[in-house]
Design a protein around this ligand. Structure first.
Ligand code: F6R
Length: 596
């Protein structure tokens, strides 16, 4: 949710910043902008639209230091004026987050004669900096005074005329700093630093970095010196390119087998299992509470079916945004499991914080080992899906299903753990088979021409139906819903007519007849039906009734969601392409939702 980057001590700051913004574009693509310091003056270009919109104007800017931004609009529509950087006097600022008290600060500054040029919350920052700099004539003091006035969440990069370098500030949104080749960098995420920084460090909440003359120093919000440990930029944090695929979405679907394989590898050996079992034993918990948002919520929902049956104790699941504002019974006897691809989603991180404050043991199931969520958690359950660029989550969902199955198995004991680990290893080939055999085109054409698509499933197939529906909506904008198969007849069936399509997921043979009768009811009302089912599961009458049938390999029930979701992802992808949408950057979305 907004990507920021800064550099100092480079030959062509505009070129470096522009390259970094391309890697950060997944965080928001409503507008882009760059400020550089050259000849002692700040020069800024910014435009509504994607990063490419500033390519030409940025090319000639040069400079040896600068800051850049790619925006996901929160306050103020996407426009040139609302694009970052925001400039006031000698300062230029880029911001990721939300300044919650911006309205009162704006009023105060306006009363002092300040003029605002945007509708953003962020513009109060350069205005405050300019005011405090005029008062103290000292950059550090101006920054400290400014941040002491801000409430909310803010990662900032600041450029100041007359001060060669930049300042980076971190509070609740990420900033990673890096050094290499005599230059200093800061960015919202590591891949933007790949090819630039050799060593990196993650700023903690309440820390400020001052990059000056090829060196970097740190202090806290009180001004006391702080020290950070740098380590080599992880090999996994590399900048990712399409590599011959037309879109990241299809590239990442093709990477599902590797995501499953690498996640299994992270659980090989006893370390992860031992950590999980030890945490469980120490606290002797009596219930599990799981939280996540969007796709991560769906993977938690799916995993809970297995977890509850296996452990014989309540496993509740709630969206992180709801959990935070609901008085749920969570305490020292609760194991709290926060699921998040990015580890950055504000609602999930805050839910984990709240659970920890309530005394729960917190496990972070995440694809990003250095994320904010891992900082909050007592221990990490690794997902190794690799960098996911497409805004729609695909391979990370499959990695989460694999990791959560192994997590619950580890809680149960060594025998179950060995059996699930071996099933996960086997799932790599099943995923590869599903990707190569699925023909999604006909169903995608039906989706593209439907007025609504209803995804249905029972038991563990229900969360998969939810995920299939979310994927289709977000990348193709075709309306629809995910529904428990048995619930359809209690209201939603009123929407079924010849313009609607139902997609049924059937991987649990014991429930096949039940879901099949929902399909019969849909067809009886003129609706069209597609069925994604595990081999050997579809009753004969369903084969006749369904217009489309996609078979997937059968596998251990707790892993079936990671196989059965693949045709749904492919259907969503093809529908988006047929309708001429950009599946990688759907409208109104951003990959990391770092605002509440
Ligand atoms: C959907 C999607 C989102 C994310 C959600 C949580 O395709 O990508 O629904 O799943 O925003 O993000 P993470 O997992 O990073 O917490």
């Amino acid at each position: 949710m907004c990507g920021i980057i800064a550099c100092a001590g480079v030959k062509d700051a505009a070129r470096v910043l522009y390259g970094g913004l391309q890697d950060l574009e997944y965080r928001g693509y409503d507008s882009a902008g760059i400020s550089v310091l050259s000849g002692g003056k700040i020069h800024t270009v910014k435009r509504a639209g994607r990063v490419g919109a500033i390519a030409q104007a940025a090319a000639g800017l040069g400079g040896s230091c600068g800051i850049g931004h790619t925006r996901w609009a929160t306050h103020g529509r996407p426009s040139d004026a609302n694009a970052h950087p925001h400039v006031c006097g000698r300062f230029s600022v880029v911001h990721n987050g939300i300044i919650e008290n911006y309205a009162e600060l704006k009023k105060e500054l306006a009363c002092m004669g300040c003029t605002f040029f945007s509708q953003t919350d962020s513009e109060v920052v350069p205005q405050l900096l300019e005011r405090y700099y005029a008062e103290y004539n000292d950059l550090k003091q101006a920054v400290l005074s400014c941040v002491s006035r801000l409430k909310g969440a803010f990662a900032l990069a600041i450029l100041c005329e007359g001060e060669e370098g930049f300042v980076a500030v971190k509070y609740r949104n990420p900033i990673i700093v890096g050094t290499g080749g005599g230059a200093v960098y800061a960015a919202s995420d590591m891949p933007a630093l790949s090819g630039l920084a050799e060593n990196v460090a993650v700023l903690k909440d309440g820390q400020i970095a001052f990059a000056r003359g090829g060196k970097i120093s740190f202090c806290d919000f009180e001004g006391a010196a702080a020290s950070l440990t740098f380590s080599p930029l992880p090999a996994a944090a590399k900048s990712v390119r399409l590599g011959g695929f037309p879109h990241y979405m299809i590239k990442e679907i093709n990477e599902i087998p590797a995501a499953v394989k690498n996640t299994a590898a992270a659980f090989e050996g006893e370390d992860v299992a031992r950590t999980i079992a030890r945490a469980a034993k120490k606290r002797g918990f009596t219930s599990v509470m799981m939280c996540g948002c969007g796709t991560a919520y769906h993977s938690a929902l799916a995993a809970a079916y297995y977890g509850e049956e296996l452990l014989g104790m309540p496993v509740r699941v709630e969206t992180a945004g709801e959990f935070r504002y609901r008085k749920m019974a969570v305490g020292a006897d609760t194991l709290f499991v926060a699921v998040s691809q990015s580890g950055e989603t504000a609602d999930t991180v805050e839910a984990a914080r709240a659970a920890k404050q309530a005394g729960a043991t917190v496990a972070a199931v995440t694809n990003v080992p250095y994320s904010a969520l891992t900082g909050v958690a007592d221990f990490v359950v690794p997902v190794r899906a690799g960098t996911e660029i497409c805004v729609a989550a695909t391979k990370s969902y499959c990695g989460q299903i694999a990791a959560l199955a192994m997590f619950f198995a580890a809680l149960k004991g060594a025998g179950e753990y060995r059996s699930v680990l071996s099933a996960v290893k086997g799932a790599e080939a099943l995923c590869a088979q599903t990707i190569s055999r699925t023909v999604a085109e006909d169903v995608a054409r039906a989706c593209a021409s439907s007025s609504g698509v209803y995804f249905i499933g029972r038991g563990i197939d229900y969360p998969v139906a939810l995920e299939g529906s979310l994927k289709l909506k977000e990348v193709s904008y075709v309306p629809g819903e995910g529904y428990p198969a048995g619930e359809l007849k209690h209201g939603t069936i009123a929407l079924i007519d010849s313009g609607t399509l139902a997609v049924a997921v059937i991987t649990q043979c014991g429930l096949a007849e039940k879901t099949a009768s929902a399909v019969e009811q849909i067809c009886a009302r003129g609706g069209r039906a597609a069925v994604v089912c595990a081999e050997g599961c579809a009753p004969a009458h369903l084969r006749e009734r369904a217009e489309f049938l996609i078979e997937v390999p059968a596998c251990k029930s707790c892993l079936s969601p990671l196989v059965s979701v693949i045709p749904l992802q492919l259907i969503a992808y093809r529908t988006a392409v047929i309708l001429g949408r950009d599946p990688d950057k759907p409208r109104n979305l951003a990959k990391s939702v770092t605002v509440e």
